[in-house]
Design a protein. Structure first.
Length: 59
């Protein structure tokens, strides 16, 4: 029975990993793709056009 206790954790991890991959693949594209792309585009625009530091003059 030692082999069962030795194999159980890797099998459980493999099943969980396969489930995660299936969810990731299933959620790619579809109805939410345009909304997700818009969120990413807005975040990138905010990062690129972020707040500018005020110019200081020394002297």
């Amino acid at each position: 029975m030692d082999y069962v206790s030795a194999l159980l954790p890797p099998v459980v991890m493999a099943v969980f990993f396969i489930g995660v991959i299936r969810v990731i693949v299933k959620t790619q594209g579809g109805a939410n793709k345009a909304k997700e792309d818009a969120v990413v585009d807005a975040a990138l625009a905010r990062a690129e056009g972020g707040p500018k530091a005020p110019a200081t003059t020394d002297g």
